[in-house]
Design a protein around this ligand. Structure first.
Ligand code: ADP
Length: 626
């Protein structure tokens, strides 16, 4: 067959691989063994549901072979195998989504990309001059061989392989000054690597091992005999006694099973006994996968029935707000031949899911209490999931999740919990104050924030677009209602101040009506306020939709534009207040121009756009040049 080129992006990746971005070349074996194990899982699964597929699940295994003369290392499995098309698609190109990232992400993130896509197969080119993949799927009589020497492309031809599954024949590179490649042709090295990285693989990994011993009756003559040995221990890591498993073992299991390049932030090992007993091993990753918030992301835990994998991603085991959790559940009480549909209604499964949810919640709370720094790392990566969780369930899980939230505090200058905020309430404080903006710096400059701070209240700065929606769903925390500092009913003035401002508003009713008239339905009200310190104007809002939410909602692709019910508040203490009163008394047309400019300014401060920048610019210049 004619030589085919790798897809452009795959080529780039191959290049990275060959030039060894994984400094640790050893891991190629782990990657290939993981693939083989996956292939065995796949066929094992299939046999659970496909009556026509008759396999002996006990015979599923991985075999390793070394040929020193030919310099080859062979990895065979009797797993699902690949068709010609699959060989082409799986090995000639990396996943489409993967290659897209290459176009956008920056180069220094290459390592993370490789980790995230688990493009493990290509790692073989760190140690190989040539690779042949012979494969035969169960459904087909024909077998094919994919062959490549790296960057210059690959071929696919018919193969003579008769048995089901895949044989990967690796021709190991010649030794160089820098590296001893021949070690991968040594029995001891291979044994060591399997023990180190693949010990927990739950299929036997077998190799013909040569044992040397003294010939009977002789003192110096040796005899060799060959024996097929199983190199891995095979006891699943979650079934081993806790004291016999090192953290490093869990980390190794995690990185290779869940395709992550970083060790997990937290490991949760949990065993439940009772009506439905199960063991679970859960991991909280230390970073969000690139696609966590995309439609492609599939949550779920692996589901084992007494050591046999029966589902790779059981969605029903995790609520959406914990969809970042990786791991597995093993229960002896689940039937092996259970179908997906039955599983969904399975009471036992629901019990397990509830149990797991509670456990994750407890662990996160523990982390928050005991290791704040670690928790903040977690929250940076996954806080958004918790927020979306509160929002999407309309507050149904607020009791579970609200204490896991962190917000930036104006007084503490760091992230705080709602509980901590409540513990610092001022005497008679009835509200939890919050302000919304793009960044902490921008919120700090907001006119509405200034006065609330001045009065000594702590303000939570909501900088995430989801934050305000969350706060609206929560409504209150420990019976203190959330209150946007931009709300027109903030009510922080004392009685005397209130009276004064009410009188000012009454006395100027016709002026304020006139401004409202000029602005039309852009604002619902215009008023003087003494809740501002230095700034001349600001927009406050009445009703449920704030200007912050208006921004978020209108950034979404929907037809109807949403408008917050805006109140234009003019600082009564600012000279501009007097100026417009004076102009109005002089019956001047200027009031109209001032109204437009003041409104535009208030929008700009809020980070909103103005609809008529030309007109406003002309007006400003007209007034400036007087
Ligand atoms: P990943 O394992 O992350 O998907 P790889 O590059 O390691 O990426 O493998 C690409 C694909 O090739 C796998 O998803 C699988 O479909 C297929 N594959 C690799 N090795 C085998 C094998 N031994 N048997 C069957 N399919 C395999």
């Amino acid at each position: 067959m004619k030589k085919k080129q790798f897809k452009a992006e795959s080529k780039k990746l191959l290049n990275l691989m060959i030039n060894s971005i994984y400094t640790n070349k050893d891991i190629f074996l782990r990657e290939l063994i993981s693939n083989a194990s996956d292939a065995l899982d796949k066929i094992s699964f299939k046999s659970l549901t496909d009556k026509n597929l008759k396999i002996n699940r006990k015979a599923l295994e991985i075999n390793l072979g070394i040929d020193k003369e030919k310099r080859t290392l062979t990895i065979s499995d009797n797993g699902c195998g690949m068709t010609k098309e699959e060989l082409e698609h799986n090995l000639g190109t990396i996943a489409e989504s993967g290659s897209n990232i290459f176009k956008t992400e920056n180069q220094s993130k290459d390592i993370s990309i490789i980790g995230q896509f688990g493009v493990g197969f290509y790692s073989v080119f760190m140690v190989a001059d040539k690779v042949e993949v012979h494969s035969k799927p169960y459904e087909s009589e024909k077998s094919y061989v994919w062959s490549s020497s790296g960057e210059d492309g690959y071929t696919i031809d018919e193969s003579t392989k008769k048995t089901n599954g895949t044989d990967i024949i690796i021709t190991i590179k010649q030794d160089s000054d820098e590296y001893n490649y021949s070690q991968y042709l040594e029995q001891n090295k291979i044994e060591e690597l399997i023990k180190k990285y693949s010990n927990y693989i739950h299929y036997p990994i077998k190799m013909e091992v040569t044992h040397k011993h003294l010939k009977e009756g002789s003192k110096d003559e040796y005899e060799e005999h060959n024996e097929i040995e199983t190199l891995n221990n095979m006891t699943p890591i979650w079934k081993k006694e806790k004291k016999n498993v090192k953290e490093e073992d869990y980390n190794n299991f995690y990185t290779s099973t869940y395709y992550d390049y970083e060790k997990p932030l937290n490991i949760i090992r949990y065993k439940a006994e009772g009506t439905c007993s199960f063991t679970s091993l859960l991991f909280i990753p230390s970073h969000a996968p690139y696609d966590l918030y995309s439609k492609e992301y599939k949550k779920g835990l692996q589901l084992y029935s007494n050591g046999v994998l029966i589902m790779d991603k059981c969605e029903d085991l995790l609520p959406d707000y914990y969809s970042f959790v990786k791991g597995l559940v093993d229960s002896e009480d689940l039937s092996l031949n259970i179908s997906r549909e039955i599983l969904q209604q399975d009471r036992q499964l629901k019990t397990i899911a509830k149990n797991i949810e509670n456990k994750i919640n407890k662990e996160l709370k523990k982390m928050l209490e005991e290791d704040r720094e670690k928790y903040e790392t977690f929250f940076k990566e996954f806080g958004m999931q918790l927020k979306i969780g509160i929002y999407n369930t309309f507050g149904m899980v607020k009791n579970e999740l609200q204490d896991l939230l962190l917000f930036y505090s104006s007084t503490e200058k760091k992230m705080v919990t709602l509980k901590e905020y409540i513990s610092r309430l001022k005497d008679k404080q009835e509200n939890i104050y919050y302000a919304v903006g793009e960044s902490i710096d921008k919120i700090d400059l907001m006119p509405q924030v200034e006065e609330v701070k001045e009065k000594g209240y702590e303000i939570l700065y909501l900088t995430d677009y989801a934050d305000e929606f969350v706060v609206q769903v929560l409504q209150s925390y420990e019976s203190k209602a959330f209150m946007n500092v931009s709300n027109a009913d903030l009510n922080l003035e004392d009685e005397k101040e209130k009276e004064k401002i009410e009188k000012l508003n009454e006395d100027n009713k016709s002026l304020l009506d006139e401004i409202k008239n000029v602005l039309g339905d852009k604002v619902s009200k215009v008023k003087f306020t003494n809740a501002l310190k230095n700034h001349p104007v600001c927009l406050t809002t009445e009703g449920a939709i704030s200007t912050g939410m208006e921004k978020v909602l209108n950034a979404m692709p929907n037809e109807q534009k949403i408008k917050a019910s805006a109140v234009l508040s003019i600082n009564a203490k600012h000279p501009i207040a007097e100026k417009i009163q004076k102009l109005y008394k002089e019956n001047s047309k200027e009031v109209e121009k001032y109204a437009k400019i003041l409104y535009a300014q208030a929008r700009l401060i809020e980070g909103l756009t103005i609809e008529n920048p030309n007109e406003i610019s002309d007006l400003v210049c007209e007034i400036l040049s007087k």
